[in-house]
Each structure stands twice: as C-alpha cells, then as structure tokens.
Design a binder for this molecule. Structure first.
Ligand code: UD1
Length: 344
C-alpha cells in the first residue's frame, strides 16, 4: 500500500512542485490548502503532469476543529510536509498578528495532533532568513540565528524552536526544518509555477513580468553593496531541486535513518549570484532584453547570502542539479504560459 502524505499549502509554489515529486516517487498525497495565495487550477496542473489527482481539502489550518476533524477522517497519514504559511515580509510588518496566527497557530495545531501519534514525520518550511546577514559565507547550519528583521522572519525562527521543543518531549515525533535559500523556476512542462498576487516582491517573477510587458521596468535595489558588481548576492535554487529535497528528507525520517528526531538542513546550490548576474543569465538564456534601472537600496536587504551545502550533501545525499540558466528558462516558459492563458 502507498504511504499517504499530507502536504499543507500543496497548491502553492513550492508545495505544488513537491506534490508532483511525491506522486512520482509513489506516494499518495492529500493536500490541505485554503486558497488564500493559490489557485484551485493548480490541481489541474498537477494532474496533467502526473496523471493523478491528489485528494484536496479546503481547510484553513487556523481552525483547530477542522484540523482535528481532518486527522479523525485521515487516520493513516504517514508524513506531513507543512508549507502553508504567509510569506510577504512587508505585509508581516503591517499585520504582525496575521503572521503569528497564520504561521504559528497553524503549526501548533498540527503538532498537537502529530505528537499524539505513535509515529509522526514532519517537514517544516523554514528559510535562510533565520541567519540574517551571516558573519561568514557560505552559511552553514551552525551559523548563529540572528535577530529577525520582520515578523515573517520571526515566525520561521519561533516555528523552528516550537518544533525542536516539541520533539524533545515527544520521541515519536521526528522532524526536519529545511532552510530554503531563494527558490525560483518552474516545472519544465510549465503546467505549474509561481503565481504571485499583485506586484511581485521577489526578483525573478518581477523579471519575467517585466520581460513580458506586465511591468515597465525592473528596479535593481542598490549597486553600492560591497560585492563584485555592487548588487546583492543570493543563492537561487531551482524549485524542482528543492521539491526533490523534501522527498529525500521525508524518506530519511520515515525510514528511521536520522540519529536525532530533530534536525535542520540548508537547501541551496552553494553558489551566489548577484542581481546583475541574474539579469545577464535571463537575457542570455531567453534572448529577451530586460529593461532595468539602478534604484535605491531596499530596506532590510542583506548584502550576500549563499548556502554551505555540505550537510545536505553528506547527510541527506542530496545536491542541487539544475543551474541558474535552466531555472530562469523554466520561469520564462511559465510566465509565457500564464500570460497566454490570461489572454484567452
Ligand atoms: C525575500 C525576503 C526573505 C524571504 C524570501 C522568500 C525581503 C527583504 N526578504 O528574500 O525574507 O525569505 O524573499 O522568498 O523581502 N531585487 C531587486 N529588485 C526587485 C526585487 C528584488 O533588485 O524588484 C533584489 C533584492 O534586493 C535582492 C535580490 O533581488 O538582492 C533577491 O530579492 P528577493 O527575490 O526579494 O529575495 P530576498 O530578498 O533574498
């Protein structure tokens, strides 16, 4: 019998790609999503790619009763990958309680149910934002967690702490936090991808929307940083590589391969690219000229962050395989598909 995996936020950007990876690895998937930052059409995209339509429950995880009801109905959940959360830094500053409720109350309700189980396996979406501007690069998992710059960042730090403390007293609960660097790209079929609501805050969707004509011009936030070309450096990781890592991490827990019942891993490529390098790569791979200007620094941006991937490589046996060009090519293919479907 197939193991059944709950993916919360399974219609979102990283969630949907992970659902595909799970189905392709022979798992049965049930998705919980409240459609607050996703579309039900994503289910169709998943079906097109995998020929399987996963079970879907439109549940808001802030509703404790509904979470309870879900676990009463689905008694055979072998693992949970928890993506459902809000992720806009600016919005979190304006509405901190929404973020603490969305990202932490939901986590607590899930852990309450899982800690009661005989055997529970839990993967948490964390972020490299927990490191802030790290003192040394590349950033390893042993780098100190810095004071969060925003309520969003705080929810990731506190979330990790909540899981760690819970695992300490519940040995039946095994968990891994995955600290993502900058996820970009889309499934090569362009059936699923990133769907930002309104003006994209992240670099790559802003680039593709500018190239297709939805935005006039990209603003490069600052070119006076102490980097090779003055623009900020990030570790851009293909969402397909990221999705695969979730399956690897979950298998490690389910097969009882982990020495400790709580651990954290960085998920990145290990390579840093500047904003200007991303633009060049985009222009080279797509043949599109991008309109951009140098603008003021964005508040809260750090100069450089890229992952030390040794732990993920050696312990999980996972490494990223796709490069920046391939990621940007897939993001562009996706943007064209989305724009075409909006016209029809
Ligand atoms: C951002 C969040 C981070 C979060 C992550 C989730 C901020 C300050 N940080 O990371 O907490 O975990 O998204 O996806 O919001 N850039 C431009 N012009 C743009 C957009 C971005 O020059 O229009 C630059 C930024 O200055 C940065 C790089 O592109 O150097 C990447 O930016 P972005 O995609 O927003 O990611 P982060 O800031 O790394």
């Amino acid at each position: 019998m197939k193991s059944k995996i709950l993916v919360t936020g399974g219609l979102g950007f990283i969630g949907s790609h992970t659902v595909v990876a799970l189905i392709e690895q022979g798992y049965e998937v049930v998705i919980i999503d409240n459609l607050s930052n996703s579309s039900i059409n994503v289910l169709g995209g998943i079906t097109k790619i995998t020929q399987v339509t996963p079970e879907f429950e439109n549940i808001d995880l802030r509703n404790k009763e509904e979470v309870l009801g879900f676990f009463e109905k689905h008694t055979n959940i072998a693992g949970v990958i928890h993506f459902a959360a809000s992720k806009a830094v600016g919005e979190s500053v304006e509405n901190p309680l929404l973020y603490y409720e969305n990202n932490l109350a939901t986590l607590i309700y899930l852990l309450q149910r899982l800690s009661e189980k005989e055997d529970a396996n839990f993967i948490f979406s964390s972020s490299c934002t927990v490191y802030g501007q790290a003192d040394t690069l590349p950033i390893s998992e042993s780098a100190p967690v810095k004071k969060a710059e925003s309520p969003y960042g705080n929810t990731k730090q506190i979330g990790e702490e909540i899981i760690k403390d819970t695992c300490k007293v519940h040995p039946n609960l095994k968990a891994i936090s995955l600290r993502y660097f900058n996820p970009i790209g889309a499934h090569p079929s362009a059936e699923i991808g990133e769907l930002p609501i309104g003006t994209p805050q992240n670099l790559v969707p802003f680039i593709t929307q500018t190239a297709i004509g939805k935005r006039e011009q990209l603003s490069v936030f600052g070119n006076d940083y102490p980097t090779n070309d003055g623009t900020c450096i990030r570790d851009y990781i293909h969402v397909m590589d990221l999705a695969r890592a979730h399956v690897v991490a979950l298998k490690r827990l389910m097969n009882n391969e982990a020495e400790s019942n709580y651990d954290v891993f960085n998920l990145g490529t290990g390579k840093g690219n500047s904003v200007l390098e991303v633009i060049q790569s985009f222009e080279r791979t797509t043949g599109k000229k991008l309109s951009y200007k140098i603008a003021e620094r964005r508040e809260g941006d750090i100069t450089a962050a890229y992952a030390d991937t040794i732990k993920a490589n050696s312990v999980l046996g996972w490494r990223s395989e796709k490069d920046l060009d391939e990621a940007l090519e897939s993001a562009w293919k996706w943007e064209k598909k989305v724009t075409d479907s909006e016209k029809n």
